[in-house]
Design a protein around this ligand. Structure first.
Ligand code: SF4
Ligand code: MSK
Length: 627
């Protein structure tokens, strides 16, 4: 039978819903990220190698990989200096993005504690009290608002601290903290480390590639064990700590007879309120009046991860599916806040009835309607946004609607607390399974999509290969969404595992791929690693664990990779980072880091080979532990 889709379309993704919508885009003559990528080819070789510098206006300078080309920038900077500077500027941007997200959540907690949060409440008091204890805040005889106020202020102060330590970094095993201190990479304050990167990479400051990279690692630790962890922990306090919940994933979650609202971006402060406003009786009545059978909020990217794991709100797709959701013609509004939102959505939504609604003063887009979101009036504004979406239903053109059938059930919401509870209240069953060999090790697989590789192929094949080899997976971000779409987040996926992991999953009734949340929730993975390492009396770098980002693309992913390696976890990248122009930086990242932080990066674009690298690493660590 002839293939339904062209080779070109099939080569872009392994996801059938994506195939269908790419074909539809072609039919309508619409451009997506894939066409825009092709128009960029060949991409700049200097950029790919990381050897282009624009840090001052005597440049841009480029270091030639060819023998007869220039080897120095105008100021004398070498390829090693330029690559290291560019790399840590990526870390600074990524750490800034995650940490600003964390700061916004801290701000929301502060407003809520002061009674100025426009509809927010403190949902997880147990977590509030546990965090307060960590910060040495008195809880006895005090109201949750009083405790929250002190906690929010203490956490707020982490960003501007000059001398450190950042409290949550002390959750890392003692040996790890001591190592960071001895290397001078124990962060002082979140903002301080990011600012220092910008200072050091200014012309004529830090010109030692290793010294530059160490500062990059320091800032990344202030992200993973600082800003990101703040985002996760305070989100749990405000919105509830996730527990396992069933939901569905992929574009088939859009509904032909309902108002479809896509919540896209990252911060749950917005998406939580959109979910609440969409359940408001006034809004439901308005939807009915418009002829719709209800209001269907669905998620996209990480804000989707936040609401799927707390409310079971279905998730429409990962990063490369944002345009495809619009092309279904069934979306009344795509509501965005910050991060991973394509500016292309403005022109694209203009071809449909879809409203593109931006909400953050930090993120405006061409072609978007801006309805500014302020936490003090959160519910009220969320209702305005939902109302705009509902009123748009009447403008939907039924003949333009093409919703793919594909959707997959999933079980999500495995916070560390939920995992411990699934294990019966202690980590012991997991440790026993690891020691006994039923579970060979833990794979932390995370990260984005990229048009440079086939959409979801790296994610799904890597996961399949790892679980087949008895590696239990923890995942977040766009990898988590790929896993959900591929059916790997169902307890039934135990059948796709090796015998050992299959037995464990069946006994516990859990999937072999555990959804731990959004990008900032990689901090949950760090907490889990620290707990396991502490239980075994070792450092994180001794654990039979490995990380991977098969389709990463964002600067946030660079910061994530850096803090995961700084925490002691070997990490395989599935797309090539722009560092190969520097032999020194390449060597430090792939080899030298082992001697410094006890872990390093590998780059492997083939997911089967990447899985083998991770399994080999896990086996080496098992042997060293004598298990
Ligand atoms: Fe060129 Fe040096 Fe300026 Fe960079 S900092 S653009 S290498 S002169
Ligand atoms: S959304 S950072 S594409 S995982 Fe967090 Fe996905 Fe990467 Fe954005």
């Amino acid at each position: 039978m002839a293939e339904k889709y062209s080779e070109k379309i099939l080569s872009r993704s392994i996801d059938p819903a994506t195939h269908e919508m790419l074909a539809r885009a072609e039919e309508l003559g619409l451009e997506t990220a894939w066409e825009r990528y092709e128009a960029q080819l060949p991409q700049c070789g200097f950029g790919e190698l990381g050897v282009c510098c624009r840090n001052c206006n005597m440049g841009p300078c480029r270091i030639s990989p060819f023998e007869d080309g220039p080897k120095l920038g105008v100021c004398g900077a070498t390829a090693d200096i330029i690559v290291a500077r560019n790399l840590i500027r990526m870390i600074a941007a990524g750490a800034a993005a995650h940490s600003d997200h964390g700061r916004d959540i801290a701000h929301t907690l502060l407003l809520t504690a002061e009674g100025k949060g426009g509809g927010y409440e403190i949902k997880d008091e147990a977590k509030l009290n546990a965090l307060a204890a960590e910060y040495g805040i008195e809880t006895e005889g005090r109201s949750k608002e009083e405790i929250a106020l002190d906690l929010a202020r203490a956490v707020y102060a982490e960003f501007g601290k000059q001398e450190g330590p950042i409290q949550f970094t002390r959750r890392a095993p003692e040996k790890r903290v001591a190592l960071w201190q001895s290397l001078g990479i124990d962060p002082r304050g979140i903002d301080r480390e990011i600012v220092e990167i910008m200072h050091r990479t200014h012309i004529g400051v830090d010109n030692d590639p290793v010294n530059l990279i160490l500062q990059g690692l320091k800032a990344s630790v202030s992200d993973g064990w600082g800003g990101s962890m703040v985002a996760t922990e305070l989100s749990d306090v405000l919105f509830g700590t996730p527990t396992p919940v069933r939901s569905e994933a992929n574009l088939g979650v859009l509904k032909a007879d309902q108002v479809n609202i896509v919540a896209h971006g990252h911060e749950p402060t917005l998406s939580e309120m959109i979910v609440a406003a969409a359940q408001d009786p006034d809004m439901l009545a308005l939807a009915e009046k418009q002829g719709a059978k209800g209001i269907n909020v669905v998620g996209m990217c990480c804000t989707g991860n936040e609401i799927v794991m707390r409310h079971g709100i279905p998730i429409a797709g990962n990063f490369l599916q944002q345009e495809l959701a619009v092309i279904t013609g069934a979306v009344e509004a795509i509501i965005v806040d910050v991060q991973c939102i394509m500016p292309a959505l403005g022109a694209l939504t203009g071809c449909f009835h879809t409203k593109f609604i931006s909400t953050s003063p930090k993120a405006k887009f061409p072609g978007a309607t801006h309805i500014e979101f302020h936490e003090e009036r959160a519910f009220e504004i969320a209702k305005d946004i939902v109302r705009a979406a509902v009123e748009n239903y009447a403008l939907r053109k039924p003949d333009m609607v093409r919703i793919p059938d594909e959707k997959m059930e999933c079980v999500v919401g495995f916070s560390v607390e939920a995992i411990v509870s699934a294990l019966g209240g202690t980590l012991d069953p997991l440790l026993d399974a690891i020691k006994g060999g039923a579970i060979k090790g833990i794979g932390a697989v995370v990260g984005c999509n990229s048009v440079k590789v086939q959409h979801d192929y790296g994610h799904v094949r890597l996961l399949e290969e790892l679980i087949k080899n008895d590696v239990l997976i923890v995942t977040t971000g766009c990898n988590a969404i790929a896993a959900a779409k591929a059916g790997l987040m169902l307890p039934e996926a135990a059948e796709r595992c090796g015998e050992g992991l299959k037995a464990v999953c069946k006994a516990l009734g859990v999937p072999p791929v555990l959804h731990m949340g959004s990008c900032v929730d990689i901090s949950r993975i760090l907490v889990a690693c620290a707990a396991i390492a502490n239980a075994l009396g070792v450092d994180i770098s001794d654990l039979p664990a490995a990380g991977a980002a098969p389709e990463w693309m964002s600067e946030k992913a660079v910061s994530i990779g850096a803090y995961v390696v700084s925490s002691g976890v070997f990490t395989v990248l599935g797309t090539v980072p722009p560092v190969l122009g520097s032999p020194v930086v390449t060597e430090v990242l792939t080899q030298g880091a082992n001697d410094v932080v006890g872990a390093a990066f590998a780059v492997e674009t083939d997911p089967f080979k990447a899985a083998q690298l991770m399994i080999d690493h896990i086996n080496v660590k098992r042997q060293a532990l004598g298990i």
